[in-house]
Design a protein around this ligand. Structure first.
Ligand code: GLP
Length: 245
């Protein structure tokens, strides 16, 4: 896994957006999987700027979701899908057919997992995956200590995720389970980028980047990806040896 460190969050966001636009320019039909959350928000703003200024055309791209809170869907502010629509689908003017997102309110969660897995297979796999990292080292909602999954699945959320996850909601929201792509699917993507920002992520980023590959730090499995990159701002890299990109 190669690591690139940028001076600040803005430069990190710009660099990540350029990676996405380069991917789409070389493969306009690419299937992309982009995490929601605070970290990719700046990158999403740059993608919107790039589309509006004609640098890139997203009209043929497809998106698949990475994860969702079980029990929540687009109408729920704080859901991953709500965030994704607000930050990408509406600003980029994407069609509903271009997006396959987990329905956290689906009656049949197993069926929902199978639907997303089949969508990915039908598109020939994920070209570019952009994930964040949880304070506990999760990627998607693949929580510490769980066996590596090769397909979409339901997880019981870790206490850290339940606590930190409250930041996405205006009011205290009970979060218990998540629906997520498996680590195996993340490793199968053609290219994987992990983005992290802020000093609070520095320690877990260092463990993921240079520590042993272990289910205790799910993001460490990216070390086994054939084409993976960590894109960090200087604060997130502060527990690593680095030079600014
Ligand atoms: C959340 C999401 C992840 C996200 C990560 C980091 O729980 N489920 O997909 O990448 O944690 O989020 P943030 O970027 O807000 O720190």
């Amino acid at each position: 896994m190669k690591t690139f460190v940028y001076a600040d969050y803005d430069q990190l966001s710009r660099a990540a957006a350029t990676l996405v636009t380069d991917t789409v320019r070389s493969n306009p039909h690419a299937l992309l999987c982009i995490a929601t959350g605070d970290t990719p928000a700046g990158m999403m703003n740059y993608l919107t700027e790039d589309v509006r200024s004609g640098v890139v055309d997203f009209s043929k791209v497809s998106f698949v979701s990475l994860d969702e809170w079980v029990g929540l869907n687009q109408q729920d502010e704080g859901s991953c899908r709500h965030f994704f629509y607000q930050h990408l689908v509406y600003p980029l003017n994407l069609n509903a057919e271009q997006v396959a997102f987990f329905d956290g309110r689906a009656d049949d969660a197993e069926h929902e997992c199978a639907r997303i897995d089949q969508y990915i297979t039908g598109k020939g796999g994920i070209e570019l995956m952009i994930v964040g990292i949880g304070m506990n080292g999760h990627i998607g909602m693949n929580e510490p200590g769980l066996a590596v999954a090769n397909s979409s699945h339901i997880v019981n959320l870790d206490e850290v995720t339940i606590t930190v996850g409250q930041k996405y909601f205006r009011e205290k929201t009970p979060l218990r389970r998540g629906i997520t792509l498996g680590i195996g699917q993340i490793l199968e993507s053609k290219k994987a980028i992990l983005m992290a920002s802020g000093r609070k992520k520095a320690e877990i980023v260092a463990r993921a980047a240079t520590g042993p590959v272990t289910t205790q730090v799910p993001a460490s499995f990216l070390q086994q990806h054939h084409d993976a990159y960590m894109l960090l701002d200087a604060d997130a890299a502060s527990s690593l040896d680095y030079t600014i990109a």
